[in-house]
Ligand binder design. Structure first.
Ligand code: UDP
Length: 193
């Protein structure tokens, strides 16, 4: 996979089709991988913060989420020509999940939002199996982890803002044993309008 670097932050030169191919592979091989959407805000935060930079770089897929990334790529003679936004990839993964029977869990956002987003997504992608939802304002992380594990999802979306969601994913991915984890920021709020 071709990787470009902006202030030390890696971005994959991939389109939606290639991203979805990776997703299928991750779930098939149960590879424990996480996906981050890279935009200029994240690059600017990570530029000054080495720990955050290595956290983002350790993701398996670093999708080109922001227009700023496309502009930077063009200026540097890179190969990124199209955005793959976090919310588009999330919805495409849900579509794929409905077709292939992947089990999906939605974690994050204010109480009630993930439930509502789940209803909308199930309406949109018939057959989508959302095995659980939890809001992003919990007391006990241990309890949330055990709850998610008990639902044995293939895909866990985490909507808690950046870098909180990426830190949560990194800290818990081994314990969770969920193959595909993705931070999706404010996506549930957007889906709920
Ligand atoms: N959020 C959460 N737990 C927290 C902090 C934030 O679940 O402790 C949620 C918040 O309700 C919102 C999302 O995380 O749904 C953050 O959205 P934002 O647009 O700020 O994220 P970004 O995409 O800018 O990182």
């Amino acid at each position: 996979m071709y990787i470009e670097r902006y202030f030390g932050v890696e971005v994959c030169a991939i389109d939606m089709e290639e991203a979805l191919k990776e997703v299928d592979e991750i779930i098939k091989d149960k590879k424990l991988s996480f996906v981050v959407a890279i935009n200029p805000e994240k690059i600017m935060k990570a530029k000054e913060d080495e720990d955050l930079r290595s956290l983002l770089n350790s993701a398996r897929l670093k999708i080109p989420d922001g227009v700023g990334v496309l502009i930077a790529s063009r200026l540097k003679g890179g190969k990124i020509r199209k955005r793959v936004t976090g919310i588009d990839l999330m919805q495409n993964i849900c579509k794929r999940a409905a077709e292939k029977g992947y089990r999906v869990f939605l974690l994050g956002a204010k109480p009630g939002v993930a439930e509502k987003a789940a209803e909308i997504l199930k309406e949109r992608y018939k057959g989508l199996d959302i095995v659980g939802v939890r809001d992003g304002y919990f007391e006990s992380e241990d309890e949330v982890i055990e709850y998610i594990k008990s639902k044995t999802p293939d895909v866990l979306f985490v909507a808690m803002g950046s870098p909180k969601q990426e830190l949560f994913i990194k800290r818990n991915m081994e314990r969770l044993g969920v193959p595909l984890l993705m931070g999706v920021g404010g996506s549930y709020d957007v889906i709920c309008g």
